[in-house]
Design a protein around this ligand. Sequence first.
Ligand code: UD1
Ligand code: MG
Length: 465
Amino acid sequence: MNSELDILILAAGLGTRMRSGRAKVLHELDGRPLISHVCETALQLDPASVIVVVGHQADEVADVVRQTLDDPRISFVRQERLLGTGDAVASAREALAGRDSRLLILSGDVPLIRKETLSELLARHSAENAAATILTVCPDDPAGYGRVIRSGENEFERIVEQKDASADELAVGEINSGIYCFETKGLFGALSKVGNQNAQGEYYLTDVPGILKSEGARVALFLHDDGLEIEGVNDRRQLAEMERRLRSRTIRRLMLESGVTFTDPSSVHISAQAAIGRDTVIYQNVTIEGRTSIGESCTIRPGTRISNSTIGDRSEIKDNCLIADSSVGEDCIVGPMAHLRGKAEMAEKSRVGNFVELKKTHLGSGSKANHLTYLGDASIGTNTNIGAGTITCNYDGKNKNPTTIGDNVKIGSDTMLVAPVKVGDSAVTAAGSVVIEDVSEFALVAGVPARTKKDLRKADETKGN
Ligand code: UD1
Ligand code: MG
């Protein structure tokens, strides 16, 4: 049995227990919406299709999925009235009509499930020749989940929801993860036999395996040993707890597998998507978000936040910096209290110091901007020094304009560069200059507005004679 794979993700629910104006699956874990975690994992299994069932805030949920994962295999079906997980699956009846596939059903609110576990589930399903295979687990605390009842022969008997369970059934430790593999063909027939005579008045998907079994089909159980992976988020306490556990798992992996030092692991927040090289030291109260990559032997001092950025080997980020969507080369020093954003780029051996902001600016190799400076929409060459208090006046009230500064330039303290403007190689601006027109290479300019006072090349030649 090696049929195609379709994946259905249930994400239409209200998420009442979140007590939120936002659909539950839009709440974020590790900086990304819950639904995006699940869709991303689904795509890794190389399916023929991924169908997301949307209902509550359907357009918002679909938009978020499209924005985070633009993939033609993903489509959406709408559950008109939220009558339960069985009804949610039924709303994909047309989308899946005629499919002779395996259907993997995932929950939009079970975000940490890994592709390896799902592959094992699919393999078990095929090996057992089953009509349905249920992923189960024995968590520390089974409260709230549906319990999996086994027969005397230790075979699947049925699933009973917490709210419908007797005291004996509540004592069962094995729970339904809400993740299943079905033969698509047999599923919809069984689904039409599901009623809503239960404590919640809902059409439960969890009744389907019992119905299949009563019709003589094989229902297999795949007991998995990692409770965190199948944990569902139903309220904010669970969301916070999952965030905490995911974080400590990430930090543990970085320490044991990547060789990263943390001076106070419990105080740092590191995205599970981040990569950090060996012998890097991360101090307390550091936050590292998104797909950030930090090289080897770096030092990240207390209070810094780095988001979706790259830091090269041996660079030091001093205290209280914010670096977002930017890149820092090898052997750089940043901060304390510096701000890089909007694709700022620091080439190797460059330096940005106290109260300096870089936006959409390239700072060339060996160049320095050490104090109290704003560089926006600028390109700066190599070995140039930007004096204290320099400002690129890049915004004229309507447009953002570029500043280009060459190699070996000395920008004097408190220079205003009124963009668009260019400063040639080896030029010097005197302290307090307001540069409103281009400066030639080797020119010394001064004043308000700045005028050329000297050609430094000639001055050099004179000296040489
Ligand atoms: C469900 C299972 C339970 C299992 C648990 C695992 C049922 C009846 N129960 O319970 O056995 O232990 O998951 O986490 O299936 N949804 C819809 N449409 C609806 C209702 C829900 O799309 O009408 C979606 C939700 O958005 C959510 C998922 O289905 O992503 C699960 O719904 P939820 O209400 O959280 O079910 P649980 O009570 O957690
Ligand atoms: Mg749930």
